[in-house]
Design a protein around this ligand. Structure first.
Ligand code: FES
Length: 125
């Protein structure tokens, strides 16, 4: 389980007309962002291209002192651009600020390179 948890769609702290969900898959029956598949376990965190981290599934969201932050919904958008007025939640400001980031890492983290190299019996690049 991730340390970020709850029931619902994107946080109720977000504006009703938020545009942060424009790129999210939508459940046609509810019009809300689609949750993860029913057979999935735990949480899924998806960095959206040029946008927030979308957290879906069974998670708890806590501050650094361990106090619960009520996400209000089962799927939340967490700001990764640093410009949101409602951190840790995304408020859509990333679009106006021109935030740019890939969805997947452009290169492996150093620890991943070390693990990969040790599996192959070599040194990290
Ligand atoms: S990622 Fe959306 S406001 Fe920061």
């Amino acid at each position: 389980m991730a340390r970020a948890g709850h029931a619902g769609g994107v946080s109720s702290a977000l504006p009703a007309d938020d545009d942060l969900n424009d790129d999210l898959p939508v459940d046609p029956t509810t019009g809300q962002p689609a949750d993860q598949p029913a057979d999935a376990v735990g949480a899924t965190i998806t960095p959206y291209r040029d946008g927030p981290l979308i957290v879906r599934g069974d998670f708890r969201l806590v501050d650094q002192d361990g106090a619960e932050i009520d996400p209000g919904r089962r799927t939340v958008a967490l700001c990764r651009c640093g410009k949101s007025g409602i951190k840790p939640f995304c408020d859509g400001t990333h679009k106006r600020s021109g935030f740019s980031a890939p969805s997947a890492p452009s290169r492996p983290r150093p620890a991943a390179a070390i693990r990969s190299a040790s599996r192959e019996g070599g040194r990290p690049a």
